[in-house]
Each structure stands twice: as C-alpha cells, then as structure tokens.
Ligand binder design. Structure first.
Ligand code: XMP
Length: 335
C-alpha cells in the first residue's frame, strides 16, 4: 500500500537530485494540482522555488487572498502575485465568441507568465502540476488534449524560456494528489475543491466579459458555494455516482457547482416601481469523469435560500434560475 511519509521522502529526494542547486519557477493557479506541486517542491528545495500567481481578474471571490495567505503567509513560499486584470479585461473588450475568449485568456496568461519568468534570470526549471491523467490525455488525444489543458498547464513555455520541465506529480492520480496535499499540510477544503476552468469566470459570463459582470458573478457564486458547504447532505446520491466516501454537505455531494452570469435583463418589482436587472443561473452537477454528468437534485429549501440571498445581497441581480440539464447534450459550463 501507499505509505505517505515514505512517498514524500522519496519524492523530495528525487526533486533534490534532479534540480540540485538550480532555481525553479511554477505557475500557481489556485487549483489542486499546481498547489500540491508547489507544496511538494517547496518541501524539497525551499527558497529555490518561486511561484508566479497571475490574477486575470476572472478568479472567484477572495481567491487571490486565499492563495497568498496559504502559500506566502502560512507555508513561507516565495510567490509573486501579479494583478493583470486590467490587461486581460482590455484584451477581452468587445469579444463575445467563447473560443476566442479562451484563446485570448490563454495567450495573455502565457505572456504575463513569460514576462515574469524572464525577470527570474537564474531559473533553470519550469515546474508544472501535470498529473497522470493529463499525461494519458495528451498522449492519446494529441492536439485536443493539449489545447484544453494549454492554459493552466502553461503549455509551450519551456521552449521559449529555455527551461527544463519538473513535473513531480506525473505518476499520480487525482485522489493520490489530494492525499499528498493533505499530508503536506494544505487545508482539506482547498485540496478537495471542485475543479475550476483555466479561463475562469471568462466562460461563466456569457458573451462579452466586463469587470462589472465579473464582480456581480463573484458575489453570487460565493453565496451559492457558501450555502452548499453549510447544508448537510442527507439525500441518497444519484445511482452510479460513487464519490468514494459519504459526503457531509452538498458541496461534497456535487462534483462541480457554480453560478453563471446571463447578460440579459428581466423585469422585477421593487416598491411601486419596475426594475430591469440581470439574471444568474446556478449549475450543480454530479459526475465521475466530467464526460457525462447529472444535474444535482439540490433540495428546494437550499435553492430557495441561495436565490433569496443572491437577490437581496447582490444589487443588480433580480432573478435566479436553476439549470436542470444533463450532459450530454448540455455541457457543464455554459460556454
Ligand atoms: P464541459 O463544459 O465541456 O466541461 O462539460 C467539462 C469540464 O471541463 C472544464 N472546462 C475547462 N477547463 N479550460 C479548463 O481548464 C477550459 O477552457 C474549460 N472548459 C471546460 C469544466 O469546468 C468541466 O470541469
């Protein structure tokens, strides 16, 4: 069986042997894989590691602060926090096509990361949180797997930066990466977070991305996630879904859950007047592989509470709807 302290010891020794006295850079996204890779490499080589955290302005509420608190404050990891949101928003202005938005966000991400990396003139290695399923996916599917992952795995950077690749999680499955993360001292909630797409809220704001929309969406999404975490899970799971252990709350009972911003205004009443404000859709799914997914049968009381809170607390949104579409044909994301 898998003995964690032994595994960490071996992995640390291997990284030290590979890297020697060289400096390493790593793109921290806030996701599980890059976070666990950062914690492991930091355990091995300490200050020889510098992380670059690019905030594209499309992160979830308080995500930047959370990453900085956990890595810079708690673990003492060197992290460069780059606020590039104005640059990203500028390039996204007027763009409505989802694939075009993905391309722009991916391209800007590489550019910002590269610019920062070049300042670290002693770096010889680029570390990535590539895990075993990523290796299989890009080997099997070739180009398609590459493009899906190209954003958060910072594809293409080693060539242009002339760096060697350090990928200490290459042999691990997701559940092993999570166990490793917990053993390295990362908080349970962080390590067991739902996946978040590289383009972030950029593909959860339908059509043109605007800061105003991102700000509204961040608030609505945070309320949804908070209520999912607070609500105990009591219902049976949809047959065929086995999360490995019994979920304690509805966040754990779902595989991915988030709010989507719809740039349409619908009518509402407030006092004697009518309002025309934006709509938010809630999406929560249960799945094992993300290739097919069931919509989660969230309790009506939970949906009602989330809806009330969003409408009362987020000025600018007066209608909340719940997405009851399965995948296929509907995808998990709305773009
Ligand atoms: P769909 O929407 O295709 O999503 O059912 C399946 C899974 O992939 C994630 N996803 C992405 N992840 N970059 C990413 O890193 C992307 O452009 C992207 N698009 C979708 C989605 O969140 C879900 O987990």
């Amino acid at each position: 069986d898998w003995n964690m302290p032994d595994y960490i010891g071996e992995a640390v020794a291997k990284i030290r042997e590979q890297v020697g006295g060289d400096e390493v850079i790593l793109g921290l996204s806030g996701g599980v894989d890059s976070s666990v890779a950062a914690a492991l490499i930091h355990r091995a080589i300490g200050d020889q590691l510098t992380c670059v955290f690019v905030d594209h302005g499309l992160l979830r509420k308080d995500e930047g602060k959370m990453v900085m608190d956990m890595f810079a404050k708690n673990l003492g990891v060197k992290v460069l926090h780059i606020d590039a949101s104005a640059q990203f928003m500028g390039h996204l202005a007027g763009v409505t096509d989802p694939e075009q938005k993905r391309k722009i966000i991916g391209r800007e991400f590489v550019e910002v990361f590269q610019e920062q990396s070049k300042k670290l003139t002693n770096a010889r290695w680029l570390a990535q949180g590539t895990i075993y399923p990523d290796v299989i996916e890009s080997a099997g599917k070739g180009k398609k797997g590459q493009t899906i992952k190209s954003h958060h795995n910072v594809g293409g950077l080693p060539e242009t930066l002339n760096l060697k690749l350090l990928e200490p999680l290459r042999e691990l499955f997701k559940d092993e990466v999570r166990k490793l993360g917990v053993a390295l001292g990362l908080p349970h909630d962080m390590v067991y977070r739902h996946p978040f797409p590289g383009p972030g809220l950029g593909v959860r704001i339908l059509g043109e991305v605007k800061k105003e929309f991102a700000d509204l969406l961040r608030e609505a999404d945070a309320i949804f996630i908070e209520e999912l975490r607070k609500t105990p899970f009591e219902a049976p799971l949809v047959p065929g879904i086995d999360p490995g252990k019994a979920p304690v709350n509805w966040y754990e009972a779902t595989s991915q859950a988030f709010a989507v911003f719809l740039p349409v205004k619908s009518v509402g009443v407030m006092g004697d007047g009518r309002t025309y404000e934006y709509v938010v859709a809630l999406r929560a799914v249960q799945t094992l592989d993300f290739m097919t997914a069931h919509w989660a049968h969230l309790p009506h009381s939970l949906l009602g509470k989330v809806s009330n809170r969003i409408i009362n607390e987020v000025r600018g949104i007066n209608r909340v709807v719940y997405d009851i579409s399965g995948k296929p044909p509907a995808t998990i994301e709305w773009e």
